[in-house]
Write a protein that binds this ligand. Structure first.
Ligand SMILES: Cc1cc2nc3c(=O)[nH]c(=O)nc-3n(C[C@H](O)[C@H](O)[C@H](O)COP(=O)(O)O)c2cc1C
Length: 189
């Protein structure tokens, strides 16, 4: 698929920057015993340890630099795709995105907006029989909050394997428009 994005609003952000990270075309290192290097002082790292941590460093720098983060996440087996879990494993890191004080851990990434857009084959809305099987939104809310990202908006395209898929998709697209308008209004204030 080739995507052409045309922006024509007079109030667009010509100096804004969009960083895109497609997790389906990237493989991150597995978390192994080498992850213990995250507890060492930078100056004490061997070249191999430095290389192992370079992916994590790059992903965290990217996250720190962003004011708004948009995450696209289909539901896989009631939760998130393993590629997104691999990204989380690289970005949740003591000393970088989590601090530890007398009251325990606290998130270090603050003042960012996060929008998570999900799609699911079934229907996990409140009051539906599958509501309790949604391990996607509760997990993402918790882990994002754990690193300080507490301003999180979820937009779900439910029922994508059902007849109502198109209607549900259109509803989600409309809600995305609402989030964009909200953000612009905040910029204008
Ligand atoms: C490996 C895999 C596992 C899935 N598991 C679930 C699931 O547990 N619950 C569900 O409602 N849909 C599940 N689905 C359906 C997807 O969530 C649905 O098709 C979604 O629209 C895919 O998003 P995408 O088109 O952005 O990739 C699964 C799909 C795949 C490929």
């Amino acid at each position: 698929m080739k995507l052409l994005q045309i922006d024509s609003s007079a109030r667009s952000h010509p100096h804004g920057e969009v960083i895109r990270r497609d997790l389906s075309t990237t493989t991150f290192p597995q978390i192994t015993d080498d992850w213990n290097a995250t507890y060492l002082e930078d100056a004490k790292l061997t070249p191999a340890q430095r290389s192992y941590l370079s992916t994590s460093n790059a992903l965290i720098e990217e996250l720190e630099a962003a004011e708004t983060v948009v995450i696209g996440a289909p539901m896989y087996n009631f939760s998130i795709p393993s590629s997104l879990k691999a990204w989380i494993d690289q970005t949740v890191r003591l000393g970088k995105t989590i601090g530890y004080g007398p009251n325990g851990p606290h998130g270090l990434l603050t003042k960012k907006k996060v929008v998570v857009i999900t799609s699911r084959g079934g229907d996990y809305e409140k009051g539906t029989p599958r509501e309790a099987f949604d391990f996607q939104e509760p997990y993402l809310r918790h882990i994002l909050g754990f690193i300080g990202l507490t301003d999180v908006t979820f937009i779900h395209a439910e029922k994508q394997a059902r007849e109502e898929a198109a209607v549900s998709f259109a509803g989600a697209a409309e809600r995305i428009g609402g989030v964009v308008i909200d953000q612009n209004q905040q910029v204008a204030l």
